[in-house]
Design a protein around this ligand. Structure first.
Ligand code: PLP
Length: 395
């Protein structure tokens, strides 16, 4: 006998993966230059040279037994110290090594938090649409419920009325992702202050902390000099889930962390619960070599300037064609409205133009489509005629 939910998760391919596979078939049929795959969020720029040089240096000059050996379950102390120092320099975070639990990417960081906080099947985590679809899988994997707040499609900030109405005695936490996949929106300081005010008030009302879980894999990928508010400065019970997948272009190396700052209520016990969740899920001792590399390169990024070039080109061109686009403040995603209400039908029609874009429904926001623009700029230039031909069908 097998767990039906796991069989289901293991056999259903995501819409994004389906598109990706379709793209490969079309490439064989019409040639790579005629297929415009905007489906997947795999960084398109190489990791910085410092990653390679640090890796080579470590491989040549470290004791291989130690380098490839187990670290502490929560990550190597020297690596955690370097990461904490970097957070203190950049955000005046006031954190130390013992606030950090190193994980295999943000995915594991999120799962550790969700499992640490879920006490009963009635427990709820609030998520704002549009959202990264794996959140539902992770929340349900922790045996909790996801409560979805509909999107504010004008600005992709937060609909506070709906948010406040959704908080109940069962609300264990609120998951935010700014800069956001798929909308690219960055929460303004005003949004974060209001969010914090509501969470404080509601935590007092129910006599239990409502945790803010801030998922930040795109923190550094922002445009036009926008700053991303550092959440723990606004709300004490904040846990940060971070990843180097996007900033250092290292998604396959699986490195991230959970940060549990001291100001979190009963922070040592919360940290212990995160470590316990890591232990029970088998998320201990993240890859040792990349703990050292990411710690050494924590203040660097890949050359992410191409994402801003791509964003500017796409926003301008699509608007000229009549698409409605909310300008993203960061990430490498654009989330325009589809030209018909049925976003799945729209994206099917786009396939006739060899445009591979993802329906918004899977992100909890129908009537939109996600365009992943972490691709060479030249692919965007070549794709514009296809976007225009698609728009023309609706005129
Ligand atoms: N959260 C969001 C919003 C993401 O977009 C992703 C990956 O695309 C993740 C988490 C998972 O990141 P990681 O590769 O670090 O596990």
């Amino acid at each position: 006998m097998l767990n039906k939910r796991m069989v289901g998760l293991g056999t259903q391919r995501s819409v994004i993966r389906e598109l990706f596979e379709f793209g490969k078939i079309r490439v064989a049929e019409v040639g790579a230059e005629n297929v415009f795959d905007f489906s997947i969020g795999n960084p398109s720029v190489p990791s910085p040279d410092s990653v390679t040089s640090t890796a080579l240096d470590l491989l040549k000059n470290s004791d291989p037994v130690t380098l490839h050996g187990y670290t502490s379950a929560q990550g190597d102390l020297a690596a955690r110290t370097k990461i904490a120092d970097s957070l203190n320099r950049r955000f005046q975070a006031g954190v130390h090594a013992d606030n950090l639990y190193i994980t295999v990417g943000a995915a594991a960081a999120l799962c550790c938090c969700l499992n640490a906080m879920t006490c009963s099947p009635e427990d709820e985590f609030i998520v704002f649409a549009p959202y990264f679809p794996e959140y539902k899988v992770f929340i349900e994997g922790a045996s909790a419920k996801m409560v979805l707040i509909p999107a504010d499609i004008e600005a992709f900030q937060i609909d506070f009325e709906k948010f406040e109405a959704a908080i109940t005695k069962n609300t264990r936490g609120v998951l935010v992702n700014s800069p956001n996949n798929p909308s690219g929106s960055v929460y303004s300081e005003e949004t974060v202050k209001k969010l914090a005010e509501i969470l404080k008030r509601k935590s007092e009302e129910y006599g239990e902390p409502i945790y803010l879980i801030s998922d930040e894999p795109y923190r550094e990928i922002v445009f036009d000099g926008i700053t991303v508010p550092y959440m723990p400065h606004y709300y004490d019970n904040t846990l940060i889930c971070y990843s180097w997948s996007k900033s250092l272009s290292l998604p396959g190396e699986r490195l991230g962390y959970v940060l549990v700052p001291d100001q979190v209520e009963d922070s040592k016990t919360v940290y212990a619960a995160i470590a316990g969740a890591g232990r029970s899920l088998g998320y201990v001792c993240a890859p040792s070599l990349f703990q050292q590399i990411c710690a050494a390169c924590a203040e660097e990024t890949a050359d992410i300037s191409v994402y801003e070039t791509n964003k500017n080109l796409l926003v301008k061109s699509l608007r000229e064609m009549g698409y409605h686009v909310v300008e993203p403040g960061g990430t490498f995603y654009l989330f325009p409205r589809t030209l018909e209400a049925d976003d799945v039908a729209f994206c099917e029609r786009a396939k006739n133009h060899n445009l591979l874009i993802v329906p918004g429904a899977g992100f909890g926001c129908p009537g939109h489509t996600r365009i992943s623009f972490c691709v060479p700029t030249e692919r965007i230039e070549r794709s514009l005629a296809a976007f225009e031909a698609l728009a023309k069908e609706y005129r």
